[in-house]
Design a protein around this ligand. Structure first.
Ligand code: SF4
Ligand code: SF4
Length: 431
């Protein structure tokens, strides 16, 4: 039994909050809305009122308040008593879903995630027909305000002015064999691609594989892997999150790999932390989740701390700044390694931006449900990136890449947005 099954178990976590308000200084939502309801302290108060019976989980205002959070964990970094606020907010959302069920649209989307064949087919059909509702820009697409189908995107939360990466018609996992061998392999890793690298950024996924094989690492890309489940977990659908976690654990158990590597902070955080939390007490899958948690690495930490990668010699000539993905830094504690990799590339001039670890406002689907707040948070990020003069913004999370891409077009000056691994792969290619 976990806090995601019984809200009363979250009481001990609530009692650790001393109402100091330190979370206000770092909460990206509070910086925009200037309202106690936006910040951790306010939500801790709501949780206490729910437990004492003063507020109800079917009250619309309560539900809106509980879903107005990016789960970015910034407040946890600045909390003197180390309140696990992520546990509190996700336990509350799980309780909301137990009481009210899922809204129909979320229910529909999450049921697709439970059925990977249907999910895959849906995205392939979407890729084939996206030209109907999107106008094409060089290397990116946006919903066209002139398209008769723009209302479809708008009703799902896609503002008509947004720039989004194109869905690929040729997903990453179609492009590579399940096992990619390399001469003189020193070890074997399993690559968890996640949905975003598979369907939106396949080249970044290919670059992860190239960098690994370049360093004599055999790569397995299990075909049976599914969505990591973070998107459903943060929306309170605990049953689906557990189903996806168990399916992924089964798929990777067969891989025969020594390590698991990710190129996405959210996916990596799921494997390192959330699967263990969700499956605590499960006699079969709890130990499997523990096993893979200790063997999961972001590609940067794997390159630096496990195999000591070969430093590249190909010159790039690029001024680069780096945005810390919340899940990569605040969940996986990965922040020095991507910078070290960028600085190891000949010709890269690295410029640190102010508040590099401030959230970009994406929050996975937060940008869909709270577009104006999300975009205001992203504006601050792009302005800070702009102060460095860098022409490239690198990061380690595909969801952040989508948010940065969109907001560079609103508030930036044409900077390129990329995954840091793509720059390393490009340097190897130009040797
Ligand atoms: S910083 Fe921590 S202890 Fe202080 S109000 Fe926020 S959650 Fe509570
Ligand atoms: S998780 Fe992020 S958005 Fe939510 S209360 Fe904490 S700092 Fe604010």
């Amino acid at each position: 039994m976990t806090v995601y099954d019984d809200l009363t178990l979250v009481r001990a976590e609530l009692d650790r909050c001393m109402k100091c308000g330190n979370c206000m200084a770092v909460c990206p939502i509070y910086a925009t809305v200037k309202n106690e309801a936006g910040v951790a302290r306010g939500k801790v108060g709501v949780a206490e009122a729910v437990l004492s019976g003063d507020l109800a989980l079917d009250d619309k205002a309560v539900v809106e308040m509980l879903f107005n959070c990016l789960v970015c964990k910034s407040c946890m970094q600045n909390c003197p008593t180390k309140v696990h606020f992520d546990r509190i907010i996700l336990a509350l959302r799980a309780a909301v879903v137990r009481k009210n069920g899922l809204p129909w649209l979320k229910d529909l989307i999450f049921s697709l995630l439970r059925n990977p064949r249907l999910f895959d087919a849906g995205l392939r059909i979407g890729a084939a027909f996206q030209g109907v509702a999107f106008r094409t820009h060089p290397e990116q697409q946006a919903i066209s305000p002139r398209s008769p189908f723009a209302w479809i995107g708008k009703s799902a939360g896609f503002d008509a002015s947004r720039f989004l990466p194109a869905l690929t018609t040729h997903p990453l996992r179609d492009r590579v064999p399940e096992t990619i061998q390399t001469p003189n392999a020193r070890t074997r890793v399993a690559f968890f691609t996640g949905c975003s690298l598979n369907y939106f950024y396949p080249q970044a996924g290919l670059d992860v594989i190239q960098v690994l094989t370049e360093n004599h690492v055999e790569v397995v890309v299990p075909n049976e892997q599914q969505c990591c489940g973070i998107a459903v977990f943060v929306h309170g659908d605990i049953d689906t999150a557990r189903t996806l976690a168990r399916n992924n654990l089964d798929a990777f158990e067969k891989s025969g790999a020594e390590y698991l590597v990710t190129g996405c902070g959210s996916c990596g955080g799921a494997w390192q932390h959330e699967y263990k939390e969700l499956l605590a007490g499960d006699p079969v899958y709890g130990p499997k989740a523990e096993y893979w948690s200790s063997r999961t690495y972001d590609i940067s930490t794997f390159l630096l701390n496990v195999i000591d990668y070969r430093r590249p010699t190909g010159k790039l000539d690029a001024v680069v700044t780096y945005h810390d993905s919340c899940h990569l830094k605040k969940s996986m504690q990965v922040f020095e390694e991507p910078r070290e990799i960028l600085k190891s590339i000949p010709g890269v001039v690295f410029k640190e931006m102010p508040q590099a670890d401030a959230c970009c406002g994406s929050g996975g689907s937060y940008v869909l449900t709270h577009f104006d707040t999300s975009t205001d948070i992203a504006r601050r990020k792009i302005e800070n990136a702009g102060k460095t003069g860098a022409r490239t913004i690198a990061t380690g999370c595909p969801a952040c890449m989508m948010q940065l891409l969109d907001n560079v077009n609103r508030h930036g000056n044409g900077q390129a947005v990329t995954h840091y691994i793509c720059l390393l792969a490009r340097s190897y290619r130009s040797e």
